[in-house]
Design a protein around this ligand. Structure first.
Ligand code: BTN
Length: 264
């Protein structure tokens, strides 16, 4: 069933974005339902939509996560949005952009839930108490081998309290993590404002200037990790290209550039 309306809480988001002076989030398209907000942004990119355009949906019928997974969210409960950023860059810039987005989400969640301690789990997850509260999916609009625009898709669990059985022990939400009732519009505007500030820096100078904040938020730092391919070691921070530094047991420092990481 499709919902036809946007809940009143989200309708105040464009005003909050304007108050914060953020280019990201302007214009903001509030949708009752779509396949995926990333699809909306990618199609609009080809139709000339301006940089900063943002699509927010109450429901996605084909929401997607990283590595071909689905992103399922009950309608009207959470934040599902995508931002179009027109930037010409090599594909190697995408991981730093995704990390900056994760950091923006982390910072907005820290404001919304001061008693919680949100952290970034490389490459693109945000965790509270070791459970996933948000994910970021960055997709490129390309011409040949160059990136012409990026679409930054974000899913944040806000009001959901009951998760499907298969993820219940690994997922959380603001409603579960915070004493205060969450406000979707404020979280959305805070993410966009924070990303607006950091993105220029990352695009111009890489991740270096975010290093201190990234390190403070790194959920994997000094933890034993294993990759999908079976490599193991101790996570030792994130480099300026957005790769995870992992020290193997033989002392060699390696860098992982993609894939899923498991805590051992
Ligand atoms: C992940 O953790 O695997 C990334 C999840 C990204 C989900 C968001 S929801 C809004 C946007 N539209 C999508 O289809 N995916 C992203």
């Amino acid at each position: 069933m499709l919902i036809r309306r946007i809940a009143a809480d989200l309708e105040k988001a464009p005003g909050l974005v304007a108050e914060r002076g953020s280019v990201l989030g302007t214009p903001m398209h509030l949708l009752a339902s779509t396949t995926s907000t990333n699809d909306e942004a990618k199609h609009a990119a080809k139709d000339g939509a301006p940089s900063g355009s943002t699509w927010v949906a109450e429901q996605q019928t084909a929401g997607r996560g990283r590595q071909g997974r689905a992103w399922v969210s009950p309608r009207g409960e959470n934040l599902l949005f995508s931002v179009l950023v027109r930037v010409t860059c090599p594909p190697s810039r995408l991981p730093p952009i995704a990390l900056a987005a994760g950091l923006a989400v982390r910072d907005a969640l820290a404001l919304a839930a001061p008693e919680a301690s949100p952290r970034i789990k490389w490459p693109n997850d945000v965790l509270i108490d070791g459970k996933k509260i948000a994910g970021v999916l960055v997709e490129a609009v390309t011409a040949g081998s160059r990136v012409q625009a990026v679409v930054i898709g974000v899913g944040i669990n806000v009001h959901t309290r009951d998760f499907p059985e298969d993820i219940a022990d690994r997922a959380t939400s603001l409603a579960l993590a915070s004493r205060d009732p969450p406000d979707r519009a404020v979280v959305l505007a805070d993410v966009l404002a924070s990303l607006d500030r950091d993105l220029h820096v990352v695009l111009a100078r890489g991740l270096g200037l975010l290093r201190v904040r990234l390190e403070a938020a790194d959920a994997l730092r000094d933890r034993r990790v294993r990759s999908d391919t079976g490599d193991e070691g101790t996570a030792s921070g994130i480099d300026d290209d957005g790769r995870l530094r992992v020290r193997r047991d033989d002392g060699v420092l390696t860098r992982w550039s993609a894939g899923e990481v498991h805590l051992v």
